[in-house]
Design a protein around this ligand. Structure first.
Ligand code: ATR
Length: 290
C-alpha cells in the first residue's frame, strides 16, 4: 500500500466472517479505494458466531462505515440491524451493511451482483426456464432474484427438504410455482430438456476439488446458458464442459466482483471501478492457481 497513509479522517470498512482468511474482498476493495483516491480502508475481522452481537455493537461504537458479511453470519446478522433493504428481507440474508450515522441497514449484493452479471452479458431471465442446483444460502439469493425477474425455476438439491423449503418461500413471496426435486441424474436430465439457463449454486467444483461436477457433460447443449457461482478456479470443470458443448459459460468471478462493486457503491456513493476490481481478483486467483 505504498503511497497511501491513514489519517484521522479515514473511513473504515471491513468484512466479518469465520473463517475470513481466504477472502479476496480486502484486496479488491482496497484496490478500488486507492484507485479512486478515496480516504477509505477495508479490513478483515474474524468474528466467531457467538461474538456477532458484540461485533455489531462495535461497528456502531467505532463508527465503522460499512461491512461485508460472510459465513456464518449472513442470516444471523439480521436481528442486529436497524433496517433491511426489501430484497435482503425477502431473501433473509445480508452480505452488505451500511452505517448511516448509527443506523445500520442491510443489503444483499450477492443477489443483485448475480443479476448484474447476467444483464451485463445480455441474459434476460424473464420468462426463461432456469434449473438451479443447490439450496444453500447462495442458491436462495439466486432463486429470489431470478424469481423477481420473472424466471420459471426448478431447484434440485441433494437434500430434498432444503430444495422444498427454498422453493416454498420463493413461491410464497412471488406467487409463482417453483419446482423442487431431489438431485439425481434422471431429474436433472428431464429438467434440462427444456431449460434455458442452468445455475450451479453449490460448492462442487471449487478448488481443490477441481475435477468435480454435478452435471454429466452429455446434458450440456449449445442452446443452454451455464452459470457457475464457483469463482475459484476461474473456469470450473462444469464451465469447461459447457464451452466444449458449445454452450455459453458464465463464471463466479464476475459475481464476486459485482457483489463487491455494488457494496462499494453503497458505502461511497460513487460508481465502482469494476474493471480494476475484476483485474485484481484475476491476479490473485491466477496466483493461487499456479
Ligand atoms: P452456500 O451458502 O455457499 O450456498 P451451503 O449453505 O453450505 O453453502 O450450501 C451448499 C450447497 O451445496 C447445498 O445445496 C449442498 O447440498 P445439501 O443441501 O444436500 O448439503 C450442496 N452441495 C455441497 N456439496 C455437494 C455434493 N458433493 N453433492 C451435491 N450437493 C452438494
Amino acid at each position: 500500500m505504498r503511497g497511501r497513509y491513514i489519517s484521522g479522517k479515514t473511513k473504515v470498512c471491513g468484512i466479518i466472517g469465520d473463517p475470513v482468511e481466504h477472502t479476496m474482498s480486502p484486496i479488491i476493495q482496497n484496490a478500488a479505494f486507492s484507485d479512486m483516491g478515496l480516504d477509505y480502508l477495508y479490513l478483515p475481522f474474524k468474528v466467531k458466531r457467538e461474538e456477532l452481537a458484540k461485533a455489531i455493537d462495535g461497528v456502531r461504537a467505532l463508527n465503522i462505515r460499512g461491512l461485508n458479511v460472510t459465513i456464518p453470519h449472513k442470516v444471523a446478522i439480521i436481528q442486529f440491524l436497524d433496517e433491511l433493504d426489501p430484497l435482503a428481507e425477502k431473501i433473509g440474508a445480508v452480505n452488505t451493511v451500511v452505517n448511516y450515522g448509527g443506523v445500520l441497514r442491510g443489503y444483499n449484493t450477492d443477489a443483485t451482483g448475480f443479476m448484474q452479471v447476467l444483464l451485463e452479458k445480455g441474459v434476460e431471465p424473464e420468462g426463461k426456464s432456469v434449473v438451479i442446483i443447490g439450496a444453500g444460502g447462495a442458491s436462495r439469493g439466486v432463486s429470489f432474484i431470478l424469481a423477481e425477474r420473472g424466471a420459471n425455476l426448478t431447484i434440485l438439491n441433494r437434500t430434498l427438504s432444503k430444495a422444498e423449503e427454498c422453493a416454498d418461500s420463493v413461491s410464497r413471496i412471488f406467487k409463482k410455482r417453483v419446482k423442487a426435486l431431489p438431485l439425481d441424474s434422471e431429474n436433472l436430465t428431464k429438467a434440462l430438456e427444456k431449460a434455458d439457463i442452468l445455475v450451479n449454486a453449490t460448492s462442487v467444483g471449487m478448488s481443490p476439488n477441481i475435477d468435480e461436477t454435478l452435471v454429466a457433460s452429455n446434458l450440456l447443449k449449445p442452446a443452454l446458458i451455464v452459470v457457475d457461482i464457483v469463482s475459484n478456479p476461474i473456469k470450473t470443470k462444469l464451465l469447461k464442459e459447457a464451452e466444449a458443448a458449445g454452450a455459453r459459460a458464465i463464471g463466479g468471478l464476475d459475481m464476486l466482483v459485482w457483489q463487491g462493486a455494488l457494496a462499494f457503491e453503497k458505502w461511497t456513493g460513487l460508481k465502482a471501478p469494476v474493471e480494476l476490481m475484476r483485474n485484481e481478483v484475476i491476479k490473485v486467483l491466477e496466483g493461487h492457481e499456479n
